[in-house]
Write a protein that binds this ligand. Structure first.
Ligand SMILES: *Cc1c(COP(=O)(O)O)cnc(C)c1O
Length: 385
């Protein structure tokens, strides 16, 4: 069986988790939490990072700190995992769904068009003509480890007074190698950024996330909200409503060990990506989706792009046939504006995302995949044609 994306735990994981257990620090205090926060902050180049229970929790904190309230609106992509959108609903706010461009990330052209033609900039901020509600923020998702066009998106956000939350849950390690943001990591360009360490992400803590902020005080505020907003830890004084969102020391012990290996995971993923790319693009009707040229991607997910008119099998038939060969693949997510909870939400001219989701099959990409595994997947695909 060749799985799609599974954890790779061959480093210091067991050692550090054992240390945490030996020290009897297993809950939401302990040295590994501080260490993991410090190491992630250093790695992506920010002053302050906040470890939390999940990427979803981190996004919830980011929206809370953006002051998103009941009846506000937030611009979100429709092509994403739903966890990028649900925290908008937790706050009683409303998503407005945007299309993607050919990087699968938020389309800056349609974003600008929407702000320009469908909204009004007022003293309260950007107001949606259709609903008369205030739009507070944009959530940008760096899909599959690629990077959305942050230069354009930040310009638009500044022009229309919108905060930017980067859902970098899939893009830890991706950074610009060119342009205005050269050297900047995914998650550190907008106002807030969030990473995830769920089991299928590039590094894992079983479950977990990390919140980062441009403004270091905001990160302190996120840490405060993630630990029940305790203003006095002895007498338990609380001046705000907080959450139980803190990461545990056990998770952080895993995280410290995983982060030590991140660059080597990316190296392996890059090599495997290049093998797939080289062989697959010579098969008629198939290609592997490119990452943008101006970034060093983390190569998290590999997207097989199927042109059904040239390749003999449909995407779903290919999925089934590969499953019979014990190769796990997965179509892209269902678009979020079509999901039951969001069918009545506003969406803006979504066309490109609908086309892309029909054409993509994600193929095995784990960092412990060998070159032989990759060649086997390629051969099975070639033989099926
Ligand atoms: C994984 C993921 C999340 C959520 O992260 P969790 O840690 O699982 O809560 C959010 N957005 C996207 C795009 C993701 O892929």
């Amino acid at each position: 069986m060749i799985p799609l994306s599974v954890p790779n735990l061959k480093g210091n994981e067991l050692k550090y988790v054992s240390e945490a257990i030996n020290d009897e620090w297993v809950s939401t205090g302990g040295s590994f939490i501080n260490k993991f926060e410090k190491n992630i902050a250093e790695y992506v180049g920010v002053n302050n990072a906040v470890a939390c229970q999940s990427g979803t929790a981190g996004l919830h904190l980011a929206l809370t700190l953006t002051d998103v309230q009941h009846n506000d609106e937030v611009i979100v992509p429709t092509l994403t995992f739903i966890a990028a959108v649900n925290p908008v609903s937790y706050l009683g706010a409303n998503p407005i769904f945007m299309d993607c461009d050919d990087s699968l990330c938020l389309d800056p052209v349609k974003l600008e068009q929407f702000c320009q033609t469908e909204c009004q900039l007022t003293s309260d901020g950007l107001v949606n003509n259709n609903t008369k509600r205030v739009i507070k923020a944009i959530i940008v998702v760096h899909v599959f480890g690629n990077m959305a066009n942050m230069e354009e998106i930040m310009n638009i956000a500044n022009k229309y007074q919108l905060k930017v939350i980067e859902d970098a849950t899939e893009a830890l390690g991706t950074y610009y190698i060119d342009g205005k943001y050269k050297g900047s990591y995914a998650g550190t360009i907008g106002d807030f950024g969030v990473y995830s360490f769920n089991g299928n992400k590039i590094i894992t803590t079983g479950g977990g996330g990390m919140f980062v902020a441009k403004d270091s005080e905001m990160a302190d505020k996120a840490r405060y909200l993630s630990t029940q907003a305790k203003d006095d830890t002895l007498y338990y004084v609380h001046n705000e409503i907080g959450y139980n969102y803190r990461m545990t020391n056990l998770q952080a012990a895993l995280g410290v060990a995983q982060l030590e290996q991140l660059e080597s995971f990316i190296e392996t993923k890059k090599e495997n990506y290049n093998v797939y790319k080289e062989h697959i693009q010579s098969i008629d009707g198939l290609d592997i989706l490119n990452f943008n040229k101006d970034i060093r991607p983390n190569y998290w997910f590999y997207s097989l792009v199927i042109d059904e008119s040239k390749f003999s099998l449909s995407r779903d038939t290919l999925l089934k046939k590969l499953e019979e060969k014990k190769i796990q693949t997965r179509p892209i997510w269902g678009l979020i504006h079509e999901q039951k909870p969001y069918q009545n939400a506003q969406s803006y001219h979504i066309t490109n995302a609908s086309i892309w989701i029909e054409k993509i099959l994600n193929i095995p990409c784990s960092s412990n995949l060998t070159k032989e595994d990759v060649l086997q997947v390629i051969n099975e695909i070639r033989n099926l044609k």
